[in-house]
Design a binder for this molecule. Structure first.
Ligand code: NAD
Ligand code: UDP
Ligand code: UDP
Length: 317
C-alpha cells in the first residue's frame, strides 16, 4: 500500500530533537514545515534539508500567531537546558504558554492532530520513584527552574482543556533526559558538558556530591516513540512517559565518559544548583503497552556516537 503523505509542522524543528524528528518525517515521505526562532536551535541542524522540495523553514517565534495548513503538529519549541531557559525566564514561560495557545489555536482551526513535548520536569524533585504518569509531582512554583517546569505544566493543562472543551486530538509525551548528536555543545546539560570537558582535557564538573540520578535516553529511541505516539488511536491522549529506565548517578556518568574518551580529566565538585532533582527514573509501562515501545540503545553505545559527534565538532571549529 502506498504511504499517504502528510503535511507536518514541527515547532522547535531546528533544535536537537526537532531536527532528528524532521529527518525521520522526510524519510518516510512527509512534507515538513519547520518553525523556529533559532534561540537555542541552529540552522546547521537543518541545512542538509534546504534543497529538499518537501522541506520548508520559517523563522518565527511561537509566542505570536501563525496561519498555516497542515495535518499534524509537533510542538517542541522551548529552550530545554537550565542555562538556556534561565537566561530569560519570562520568555521561557511565554514560549511554553503562549506558544501552546497559538499551536492549539492553529490545530483547532484546521482540525490537526497535535503533539506536545512535555517533560519529566513536571514531576519536579519527585518523592515517588520511579515516576508514573499518575504522580502529580513536587514542583517549586517560585524557584529558578519554575519558568520551565510550571510553563510545561500549564501547557499540559491547556492541551487537556482544548481536548475536553474543543474536542482536539492531543498527544502528550513526558520526555526524560535525552542525549545524542546535535545537542548544543554550549547548553550546559550534563552529557554535553562532560563530553566536551573530557575531550578538551578540562576538569569534569560534578554538581553536589554527584550521587543524584538521571535516566538517559538516546535520541533515536526517543524519536521513534514520538512517531508512535502520534499514530496512536484518537482516544489515546497521554500523558505518556518516554525515557530510558536505566538509572545512573551523575558520578557514574562522569566516570563512563572519562573511560570512553580515554581522557586525563579529573572529577571536581561544585555546588548543587537550587531545586536540582535528586533522582529521576521513568516508569515506562504505559509506553510499553500503548506503543509497544522500549528503548534499545544502551548508554555506553549512545555515548560512543555522541562522543564522536562532539569530537568532529571540535576538530572542525
Ligand atoms: P533545543 O533547545 O535543542 O530545541 C528547542 C528548539 O526550540 C530550538 O531550536 C529553539 O530555537 C526553539 N525555540 C525556543 N523558543 C522558541 C520560540 N519562542 N519560538 C520558536 N522556536 C523556539 O532542545 P531539545 O532538547 O531539542 O528539546 C526539544 C523539546 O523537547 C523542548 O520542548 C524540550 O522542553 C523538550 N524536552 C527535551 C528533553 C531533552 O532531554 N532533550 C527533555 C524533556 C523535554
Ligand atoms: N491562532 C493561530 N493560528 C491559527 C488560529 C489561531 O496562531 O490558525 C492563534 C490565535 O491568534 C489565538 C490562539 O491561536 O491567539 C488561540 O486560538 P483560539 O481560537 O483558541 O482562541 P481565540 O482566537 O478565540 O482567542
Ligand atoms: N550536572 C553536573 N555537572 C554539569 C552539568 C549538570 O553535575 O556540568 C548535573 C545537574 O546538577 C543535574 C544533572 O547533572 O543534577 C542533570 O543536569 P542537566 O542540566 O543535564 O538536566 P536536568 O537537571 O534538567 O535533568
Amino acid at each position: 500500500m502506498q504511504y499517504a503523505r502528510k503535511r507536518v509542522l514541527v515547532s522547535g524543528g531546528a533544535g536537537f530533537l526537532g531536527s532528528h524528528l524532521i529527518d525521520r518525517l522526510l524519510e518516510r515521505g512527509d512534507e515538513v514545515i519547520c518553525l523556529d526562532n533559532l534561540f537555542t536551535g541552529d540552522k546547521r541542524n537543518i541545512e542538509h534539508l534546504f534543497g529538499n522540495p518537501r522541506f520548508e523553514f520559517i523563522r518565527h517565534d511561537v509566542c505570536f500567531p501563525i496561519y498555516l495548513e497542515v495535518d499534524e503538529i509537533y510542538n517542541l519549541a522551548c529552550p530545554a537546558s537550565p542555562i538556556h531557559y534561565q537566561h530569560d525566564p519570562v520568555q521561557t514561560t511565554k514560549t511554553s504558554v503562549h506558544g501552546a495557545i497559538n499551536m492549539l489555536g492553529l490545530a483547532k482551526r484546521i482540525g490537526a492532530k497535535i503533539f506536545q513535548a512535555s517533560t519529566s520536569e513536571v514531576y519536579g524533585d519527585p518523592n515517588v520513584h520511579p515516576q508514573k504518569e499518575e504522580y502529580w509531582g513536587n514542583v517549586n512554583p517560585i524557584g529558578i527552574r519554575s519558568c520551565y517546569d510550571e510553563g510545561k505544566r500549564c501547557a499540559e493543562t491547556l492541551f487537556f482543556d482544548y481536548h475536553r472543551q474543543h474536542g482536539l486530538e492531543i498527544k502528550v509525551a513526558r520526555i526524560f533526559n535525552t542525549y545524542g548528536p546535535r545537542m548544543n555543545p554550549e547548553d550546559g546539560r550534563v552529557v554535553s558538558n562532560f563530553i566536551m570537558q573530557a575531550l578538551k582535557g578540562e576538569d569534569i564538573t560534578l554538581y553536589g556530591d554527584g550521587l543524584q540520578t538521571r535516566s538517559f535516553c538516546y535520541r533515536d529511541d526517543l524519536v521513534e516513540a514520538f512517531l508512535r505516539i502520534m499514530d496512536t488511536p484518537k482516544e489515546v491522549s497521554g500523558p505518556i512517559n518516554i525515557g530510558n529506565p536505566g538509572e545512573f548517578t551523575i558520578k557514574q556518568l562522569a566516570e563512563l565518559v572519562v573511560k570512553l574518551t580515554n581522557s586525563s580529566s579529573k572529577l571536581i565538585y561544585l555546588p548543587l544548583p537550587q531545586d536540582d532533582p535528586m533522582q529521576r527514573q521513568p516508569d515506562i509501562s504505559k509506553a510499553k503497552s500503548l506503543l509497544d515501545w522500549e528503548p534499545k540503545v544502551k548508554l555506553e553505545d549512545g555515548l560512543i556516537s555522541t562522543i564522536s559527534y562532539f569530537d568532529e565538532l571540535l576538530k572542525s571549529s
